[in-house]
Write a protein that binds this ligand. Structure first.
Ligand code: TMP
Length: 219
């Protein structure tokens, strides 16, 4: 069976992580093997880099290099082998987050990010210009003000979560721009109840033929 690379994206507080359990259950109910992972992270090295990225102040180029270094290790050791086995890879964030956070949020040069993307996601066996990209990206779209309200009073915020709402307005605009340019994006209106959000996700997966439409699987 062919592997499937599914990523979840959105600004902090958009609620994406709370649907990963249900996604895993949905695919497992269809007899699929699931690899669940996240970025930055997913390998011992990438998790160590994550801790630094989320806590240490650093300039945007350093941050981008570390994010892509973590991604390279993750792609080579986890994502590509899982896809080769035919797994469903459920990945909480991937390169779209770099364009949204480091690019749009921090104002870093997107052409440098594109170059790093070419290096890190190259697939020489699939043709000179082939890049590893998600098959589907579930984008949780939520107004930054609402996300900030949801995050307020939650656990101790990390470096990104403690950014002002203006930062997240830029990140949200970065996601919107990216979503407009790639058909693999599915926009989910995350400003709804958890149940309604889940129904949108299930419907989008069924519409694209990734799961059977009568698959059930409530969160
Ligand atoms: P998470 O809290 O959803 O696991 O994401 C970790 C944080 O890292 C989140 O604030 C977004 C940020 N991030 C980037 O800035 N660039 C990236 O490339 C990735 C994957 C995450």
């Amino acid at each position: 069976m062919k592997g499937l690379f599914l990523t979840l994206e959105g600004i902090d507080g958009a609620g994406k992580s709370s649907h990963i359990d249900a996604l895993e259950a949905l695919f497992k109910a269809q007899g699929r093997q699931v690899t669940r992972t996240r970025e930055p992270g997913g390998t011992p090295l990438a998790e160590a880099l994550r801790a630094q990225i989320l806590e240490q102040p650093m300039d945007a180029l350093t941050e981008s290099l570390l994010v892509f270094a973590a991604r390279r290790d993750h792609v080579v050791r986890v994502i590509e082998p899982a896809l080769a086995r035919g797994d469903i890879v459920l990945c909480d964030r991937f390169t779209d987050a770099t364009f949204a956070y480091q690019g749009a949020g921090r104002g870093f040069d997107p052409s440098v990010l594109s170059t790093l993307e070419q290096w890190v996601q190259a697939q020489p066996d699939s043709g000179v210009h082939a890049l590893l990209q998600p098959d589907i990206t579930v984008w949780f779209d939520l107004p930054p003000e609402t996300a900030a309200e949801r995050l307020a009073g939650a656990r101790l915020p990390d470096k990104f979560e403690s950014q002002p709402v203006e930062f997240f307005r830029r990140v949200a605009a970065g996601y919107a721009q990216r979503a407009a340019s790639a058909p693999r994006f599915v926009r989910i209106d995350a400003n709804q109840s958890r149940e309604q959000v889940w129904q949108q996700i299930e419907a989008a997966l069924a519409e694209r033929g990734f799961v059977a439409s009568d698959s059930g699987g409530a969160p």
